[in-house]
Each structure stands twice: as structure tokens, then as C-alpha cells.
Design a protein around this ligand. Structure first.
Ligand code: PMT
Length: 402
């Protein structure tokens, strides 16, 4: 269940006898590497204590919507944004009905309304309640809205009945949860990604660089791994940990980034240039620290760096090549001209004049531009954006590959 490493899972527990199994489910998700935050409905606390779930998840359990203390910590909107996936297990008939009606009358339903993460429900109820036309209509409504149902299973029930409505076993639910993170869209493909800034040395202690944190490129690497790809991440100097299962090559300058990008390029199916590469570097690197002189103005002489993504896009055979365009004005027009000038298959335009998105922030909003289409992805975390981008890249790649 490697796919759950570092995944942020909200486990919603509703009122039902199967709630006792949520303890084992929490343990399995944690053991698989997920960060689990538990949200309980009031009814569920009659079946299992918040303290048990707190001990197993290692996080405070969230219980109430209108709780000033909890909202001051991680409020419901923050929780909704935090999640990579919301898993409700057990999902009672009552909860399913309230969610189908679009209600937000407690923390869990409100969170489900507010999140843009996928929602999965493991229903658990008596077989007659499951077969009831109302429950069936509600579950149909939810699945039509894209909510996934895990089960229910069929068999003996706590009340002595036999039939459909049993919650799936925790191990099965944990496996199904893990499988939500692998689209398989890029299975068998090799993706190279550049990330972070480059540093162009002036002397042994100084350099020219920019504010790129590498967050966008690293999130893309993780999303590509989850889509089944082999990933080589060519990273400028950043403070982020190397993503698991990714071959990370650390570089400093644009020239080093180009050399690492060209290495084994024949293996590369898709090249994504998310790095903020310095366009120019000092013509010479001083051997010793440059001393302050008497002059008020100092002149630096710079020479153009190689354009990495354009070089890749002009090799034969050419990998499917995607660039980013970081612009502060006239974003789409500049992006379109870079798409053409650099011979790219796709360009992802972002407005870096805003301080809340783009460089060194956790969120971004981007516009995907191809020869024939323009699509804007609304502001969200770079993690979630990366998943959407990899999905779009895989779709365009497969079209182009035909
Ligand atoms: O790292 P983060 O803090 O998460 O921020 C993400 C980001 C803002 C850096 C990222 O989303 C982004 O926009 N990256 C590209 C930044 C950039 O340099 O854009 P550009 O418009 O100057 O370059 C266009 C494209 O050419 C880019 O794909 C760039 O990687 C590439 N390029 C540029 C110059 C060069 N010498 N070689 C290149 O490959």
C-alpha cells in the first residue's frame, strides 16, 4: 500500500455498530504511511470513543462544527482543503441521506460540501435499510456526483439478519483507498521533470537566483509516480525532501540542469519543465570572493544560458514536451508565444505577479495552453493542481501518441 505514503486522509466515522472497525482501519491507513485525521459524528461516539481514534491516528479528533477552539486550530474549511481524500467508514443510512440532500448540518457533512478532494463511502447498515428505495435513490445520487462507494459487503449482520449492508473489512477498505491514488494513466512511461531555481555563481559565496521553492515540480513528480510513471526529477537547490520512488538528481546551475536533462533522454517519454531557470549567468565566476571597491556602481557582465526546454523540444526523437510560463502581465499571450517559439506540445501559464500563488507558495492557479485549447484550473494546493495537471498531460500525451 505504498501509494498511501504522505497521503492526507480524513476518516469520517458515522453512527453504526461497524464503527468499532474504524479503529483497525485507522491503524492500517497509518501503517501504510497516511496522515489520518478523524472526524466523528455525535452518534458515532456512542459506539467508539474519540480517545481511541486520537491515540491511533496521533491527531486530535474533530467532533463539532461550531467549536471556537477547534476552528482556531484546524477549522472545517482548512480541514476540507487539507484532505487528499475523504473516507467515510462506516457510512450510515442517515449520513448518506443527509449528504445526498446536500445538507451541512454537522462537521462531517459540511466538510464534504466544502472539500474538492474525492469522497469515498463504505456503507454499513441493516440489509433492509440498504435495500430500501430511499437509500438506493440516495446512493445513486451520490455516485452520480462522483462519490465512490466501497461495498457494502453481503453476509451475516450484527442484528442477526443476512444480506447486503455489511461494512467491508478494514483491510479491503484500506486497499481500495490506496487504489484511488493510482490512475495508471502513465504506467510504463518515463517522465523527466525539472524543478526549483538555478543558481548562477558570481564568486565562491554569491550567486544569481530566484524565488522558486521547487514545490510545483516536486508535486508533479509525486503525481506522476502515482499515475504509474517512472520519474527522474532534476532539481535545483531547494529545501524539500526528495520524493519517494523518484530518481532525484540535484544540480545548481542551468548548464548542470541541461546536462542532467540530456542524460538518458532517449528513455524519456514526457519532459516537464517546471524549473525557474536563470536566463543569464555571469560571464565568468571569480575564483575568490569579489571585494568591495571604492566605486558606487558595479557592473556585472552576463551571458545567455542555454534554453533547456527548447533544447529538449528540438531533439529527435522529441519527447512530449511541456513548459511553464511564469508571467507578470499579458500572461496568455506570452505563454502562447513561448509554446510556439520553444516548439512545445503544451504550456502551463501562471501569473507570478501575485504573492499568494506562484513562486514559493503552497497554492497556484494555472491555465493549460495547447495549439488548440485553453483551460484554466482554479486556485488550489500545488499537490492537487499537480494531480490535475498530470491527468491533463496524460490525456494530451495519449492523443499525440496515437
Ligand atoms: O517552485 P515553486 O515555488 O513551486 O514555483 C513554481 C513556478 C512558479 C517556478 C512554476 O510554476 C513555473 O512557472 N516555472 C517556470 C518558471 C520560468 O522560468 O518560466 P519562464 O517563463 O521564464 O520559462 C518558460 C519555460 O522555459 C519554463 O518551462 C522554464 O523551465 C523553461 N526555461 C527557461 C529558461 C531556460 N534557460 N531554460 C528553460 O528550460
Amino acid at each position: 500500500m505504498q501509494r498511501l505514503t504522505n497521503k492526507r486522509i480524513i476518516l469520517g466515522i458515522t453512527g453504526g455498530i461497524a464503527a468499532y472497525k474504524s479503529a483497525e482501519l485507522t491503524r492500517l491507513l497509518k501503517n501504510a504511511g497516511a496522515d489520518v485525521r478523524v472526524v466523528m459524528t455525535p452518534a458515532s461516539t456512542e459506539f467508539i470513543t474519540p480517545l481511541t481514534l486520537q491515540a491511533l491516528s496521533g491527531n486530535t479528533v474533530h467532533l463539532h462544527l461550531l467549536n471556537a477552539e477547534a476552528e482556531a486550530g484546524m477549522g472545517h474549511i482548512e480541514l476540507a482543503k487539507w484532505a487528499d481524500l475523504v473516507l467515510i467508514a462506516p457510512g450510515s443510512a442517515n449520513f448518506i441521506s443527509r449528504l445526498a440532500a446536500g445538507q451541512g448540518d454537522d462537521l462531517l457533512t459540511t466538510l464534504c460540501l466544502a472539500t474538492d478532494a474525492p469522497i469515498c463511502i463504505a456503507p454499513a447498515m441493516n440489509q433492509a435499510m440498504w435495500r430500501d428505495a430511499g437509500t438506493q435513490a440516495n446512493t445513486n445520487l451520490l455516485t452520480n456526483r462522483g462519490i465512490k462507494l466501497f461495498g457494502p459487503g453481503v453476509g451475516e449482520q450484527a442484528c442477526g439478519d443476512n444480506g447486503p449492508g455489511r461494512m467491508l473489512e478494514p483491510e479491503e477498505i484500506a486497499n481500495l483507498t490506496a487504489s484511488q491514488f493510482n490512475s495508471g494513466q502513465l504506467t510504463g512511461k518515463t517522465v523527466f521533470i525539472t524543478a526549483g531555481p538555478t543558481r548562477e555563481a558570481l564568486d565562491p559565496v554569491r550567486y544569481i537566483s530566484n524565488h522558486s521553492s521547487g514545490k510545483m515540480g516536486y508535486a508533479l513528480a509525486e503525481a506522476a509516480i502515482e499515475a504509474g510513471a517512472k520519474v527522474k526529477l532534476i532539481s535545483g537547490p531547494v529545501t524539500l525532501p526528495a520524493p519517494e520512488r523518484v530518481k532525484t538528481v540535484k544540480v545548481e546551475s542551468a548548464q548542470e540542469m541541461l546536462a542532467a536533462s540530456l542524460q538518458d533522454l532517449a528513455l524519456c517519454d514526457i519532459f516537464i519543465a517546471a524549473a525557474a531557470v536563470a536566463d543569464y549567468r555571469p560571464t565568468a565566476v571569480a575564483e575568490h570572493k569579489i571585494k568591495k571597491g571604492s566605486e558606487e556602481i558595479m557592473e556585472l557582465h552576463l551571458v545567455k544560458n542555454p534554453d533547456i526546454v527548447a533544447t529538449i523540444a528540438n531533439t529527435e526523437p522529441k519527447p512530449f514536451t511541456i513548459g511553464f510560463a511564469a508571467e507578470t502581465q499579458d500572461v496568455l499571450n506570452y505563454a502562447r508565444s513561448k509554446l510556439e517559439r520553444k516548439n512545445l506540445d503544451m504550456i502551463i501559464a501562471n501569473d507570478v505577479s501575485r504573492t499568494d500563488i506562484g513562486f514559493n507558495s503552497d497554492e497556484n492557479t494555472v491555465t493549460i495552453v495547447t495549439d488548440t485549447s485553453t483551460e484554466t484550473l482554479p486556485q488550489t494546493s500545488k499537490r492537487k493542481l499537480a494531480i490535475q495537471l498530470i491527468n491533463q498531460i496524460a490525456i494530451q500525451y495519449n492523443k499525440h501518441d496515437i
